[in-house]
Design a protein around this ligand. Structure first.
Ligand SMILES: *[C@@H]1O[C@H](CO)[C@@H](O)[C@H](O)[C@H]1NC(C)=O
Ligand SMILES: *[C@@H]1O[C@H](CO)[C@@H](O)[C@H](O)[C@H]1NC(C)=O
Ligand SMILES: *[C@@H]1O[C@H](CO)[C@@H](O)[C@H](O)[C@H]1NC(C)=O
Ligand SMILES: *[C@@H]1O[C@H](CO)[C@@H](O)[C@H](O)[C@H]1NC(C)=O
Ligand SMILES: *[C@@H]1O[C@H](CO)[C@@H](O)[C@H](O)[C@H]1NC(C)=O
Ligand SMILES: *[C@@H]1O[C@H](CO)[C@@H](O)[C@H](O)[C@H]1NC(C)=O
Ligand SMILES: *[C@@H]1O[C@H](CO)[C@@H](O)[C@H](O)[C@H]1NC(C)=O
Ligand SMILES: *[C@@H]1O[C@H](CO)[C@@H](O)[C@H](O)[C@H]1NC(C)=O
Ligand SMILES: *[C@@H]1O[C@H](CO)[C@@H](O)[C@H](O)[C@H]1NC(C)=O
Length: 393
């Protein structure tokens, strides 16, 4: 296996900054999203409630509820129409032996889109129904709170007033939740363009307990060239003015009025894959002809779980060429299959960066994409190294 290391000069800046703001040992929040559909993956990819790493996550976020155009909830496939299931009961039962563990339910996600959220929040009657349905769902099932994953207000079928009405929704949910102390959080997009369209940052900061920065999906097959999922700093081939990187986005959120003590640094447990045009160009910024072939377990073109990447690299070692840009990202190719991702080392540095910037903790999309079986070595290497990186500062 050919492994190249490209040391980025920028990293030295961060580690010296890290030393200057050393503030002791406070452990951060560790949000672990769990996609309920991971329970349907084949073979070693199947991830059930019993696979959750309760010793690593402070918060588990069970994803996703949906909604229809009259503010009624729709449930993950494992659940019946009443919103009850063994999976949810098993999940909540985990709290009995782990009294500090918080379990949230998330609503929305990319596939849910924006249109029904928009319809509901802009109508006072429907919004009141929606708030009451969400409260009842959290309360009846025994969750500790709710995570709003509306992707995104005033985009993808939404209307301009969504930005303001999203704040109204958050405010109303907050006051419904307050008597029982339920947690209210939101996963948010991270570029200035998204903020301008979708978010009143100071207002959301006031009412939400945490804002989960989705610092990934910076590149994908919608681009014209290969690019990695979650660069912390610009890719070596980037035009710097693109600003498609985690560091820039964290600064943007802070400059728009977010309080770092409520921000969580989103980390991706997956890579973005492409089919290269030729082996003449295997770097970032290379031409490609199509999304990368689907992985054997996640079964979706253009993405690979970290465990699918490390397992293939382990079993087909001589066929892979791997380039790690230290503290930033990794890309690799096996013949024409190209993937840009994070490994335990880049995750460590990103979490260290989160602490250095004063962020409250880290968030993973998703716990089921890490090497949870230990197929390549220790179990949960990404989450483990993220925690280690955060606590190292
Ligand atoms: C939106 O609401 C409509 C009508 O209530 C429903 O049929 C549809 O499935 C919902 N869409 C999504 C993506 O949930
Ligand atoms: C939304 O779901 C509820 C409950 O299933 C149903 O009664 C209602 O008709 C649905 N609304 C729409 C617009 O489909
Ligand atoms: C709001 O929703 C209710 C219930 O579906 C409907 O009767 C009412 O016309 C809607 N209001 C507006 C302004 O669309
Ligand atoms: C991080 O982003 C900020 C804001 O864009 C920029 O000023 C700073 O130079 C970046 N840091 C590094 C190490 O690139
Ligand atoms: C940010 O949050 C911290 C902790 O809740 C608080 O002490 C601080 O005053 C807040 N900063 C601002 C500018 O609101
Ligand atoms: C790759 O490089 C070789 C040698 O320079 C050239 O002959 C060939 O046309 C190139 N292939 C593609 C697809 O660019
Ligand atoms: C790779 O492809 C990109 C985009 O077409 C091009 O800008 C770059 O010069 C190529 N690099 C090499 C080494 O051929
Ligand atoms: C090794 O590579 C072959 C050929 O691409 C592939 O079919 C196989 O699944 C790979 N092994 C693993 C463990 O991914
Ligand atoms: C990986 O290779 C080992 C040793 O050759 C083999 O036992 C195992 O089944 C392979 N795993 C996969 C997923 O291909």
């Amino acid at each position: 296996m050919k492994v190249l290391f490209v040391v980025s000069v920028l990293l030295c800046v961060v580690s010296s900054l890290a030393k200057s703001v050393k503030d002791g040992s406070s452990s951060g929040v560790v949000f672990c999203y769990y996609g309920s559909w991971a329970n349907e993956r084949p073979g070693v990819g199947r991830f059930g409630v019993s696979d959750l790493p309760l010793d690593l996550c402070t918060h588990i976020v069970y994803s996703f509820l949906g909604l229809n155009a009259t503010g009624d909830l729709t449930y993950p496939t494992e659940q019946t129409l009443e919103g009850k299931s063994n999976a949810v009961a098993d999940l909540i039962a985990l709290k009995q032996s782990n009294s500090n563990l918080k379990i949230l339910s998330a609503i929305g996600g990319w596939d849910e889109g924006s249109a029904n959220f928009s319809t509901v929040v802009n109508n006072d009657t429907l919004r009141a129904t929606f708030v009451s349905n969400l409260y009842n769902y959290i309360d009846t099932n025994g969750f500790d709170g709710l995570d709003l994953d509306w992707e995104y207000p005033a985009q993808r079928g939404g209307i301009e007033s969504d930005k303001e009405m999203f704040v109204t929704l958050v405010k109303e949910l907050k006051s419904a939740f307050e008597p029982k102390g339920y947690i209210l959080t939101s996963a948010v997009a991270v570029t200035q363009t998204h903020i301008d369209l979708s978010y009143d940052v100071p207002a959301l900061t006031q009412y939400l307990d945490y804002l989960n920065l989705m610092l990934y999906d910076f590149h994908g097959t919608w681009d014209t060239e290969t690019g990695v999922n979650a660069p912390l700093y610009p890719q070596l081939t980037d035009d710097a003015s693109l600003n498609l990187n985690g560091n820039h986005s964290v600064h943007v959120w802070l400059e728009n009025g977010a309080n770092a003590s409520k921000l969580l640094m989103g980390l991706g447990g997956y890579g973005k894959s492409f089919t290269l045009t030729s082996l003449n160009n295997t770097s970032t910024g290379a031409p490609f002809t199509a999304a990368g072939a689907a992985g054997p377990y996640t079964e979706e073109e253009g993405i690979l779980a970290y465990y699918e990447i490390c397992l293939d690299q382990k079993n087909n070692s001589s066929e892979w060429s791997i380039t790690e840009v230290t503290g930033n990202y990794v890309y690799a190719n096996k013949d024409l299959l190209w993937v840009g991702y994070d490994n335990p080392s880049t995750i460590y540095v990103k979490a260290q960066y989160a602490k250095t910037m004063g962020l409250r903790g880290i968030m993973y999309w998703a716990v089921d994409l890490d090497d949870f079986q230990g197929l390549c070595g220790d179990k949960f290497p990404l989450i483990t190294q993220g925690i280690a990186g955060y606590n190292s500062v």
